[in-house]
Design a protein. Structure first.
Length: 274
């Protein structure tokens, strides 16, 4: 398998960076399922074994604790797609397809961009070239199975809740000030000292939280000597331009989707004619 993987890796792939995408669906999984996270980070060694220098392996782990059901709010995945589209990525590494995307829409979009930029994809089972029909077919099936698995998990969870509700045993969290009493009746939570419900506003804590409104942190692995803080913010905001460019290419403005050509000269001709 390693020999076959080496055959797919070309010199032009090694000139670009290898991007390792790491994700867990919830913060609880991040804390309790540390072995899975370690396995994902260990894929760096696979990239090095294929010929990438350790410093050329970029780890994208800002989506730890984020669901893969959608690309919305997954800044790490959006950054990965943008970098692939800009032709800066030689290979995308993920432990399995479900780490990258649980949505067929997001997965197929990534596959299409990888094919256009001739970017390889690696998971625990092997290395795939999206420009080759058999590899693209297998990747597409893996993406469909990943989305179906999420549907089955949701159906099982919802089925259990529905059955509990039918038996009258489903208990949901109550608003502040209410508790379950005898026979699961909802009662007002009495204050033991005053004989009624009471609360007090902590103005200092409210003011401290208000001071953080609209503030967010942009994190990068580039040293401050190479990329100062203002440039980090500018580069982060520039990602929206790359996303807008993809939307322009695929939607109402140019309508050049889908493209069924992989050779660069044919792609250029296709876009020129459109």
């Amino acid at each position: 398998m390693l020999a076959e993987a080496h055959q797919k890796v070309r010199a032009d792939h090694l000139k670009r960076d290898a991007y390792l995408y790491v994700r867990q669906s919830t913060l609880r999984q991040v804390i309790e399922n540390g072995e899975s996270t370690k396995r994902q980070y260990a894929l760096r060694e696979r990239a090095v074994a294929l010929g990438w220098a350790p410093e050329r392996v970029v780890v994208v782990d800002s989506d730890l604790g984020q669901s893969g059901a959608s690309a919305v709010d997954r800044e790490g995945f959006q950054r990965l797609v943008a970098e692939v589209g800009l032709g800066r990525v030689g290979i995308v590494l993920g432990l399995e397809v479900s780490r990258l995307a649980r949505s067929s829409v997001d997965w197929q979009r990534l596959l299409e961009i990888c094919a256009l930029t001739e970017t390889l994809i690696l998971d625990e089972d092997g290395v795939y070239d999206p420009t080759q029909f058999n590899d693209r077919l297998l990747l597409g099936l893996k993406g469909t199975m990943s989305e179906a698995e999420l549907h089955v998990l949701r159906a099982r969870l919802r089925g259990g809740l529905v059955n509990k509700a039918r038996r009258g045993e489903l208990k949901t969290p109550l608003p502040v000030g209410f508790v379950y009493g005898h026979g699961d009746r909802v009662l007002l939570d009495p204050d033991q000292q005053q004989g009624g419900f009471s609360f007090e506003r902590c103005e200092e804590q409210i003011a401290a939280e208000a001071a953080l409104d609209g503030i967010y942190i942009v994190r990068t692995n580039v040293p401050a000597t190479d990329l100062p803080a203002p440039s980090v913010v500018t580069s982060y905001k520039a990602l929206s331009h790359a996303e807008q460019a993809f939307r322009t290419l695929k939607s109402l403005d140019l309508r050049i989707r889908p493209i069924h050509h992989w050779a660069e000269r044919r792609v250029r001709a296709h876009i020129f004619l459109c």
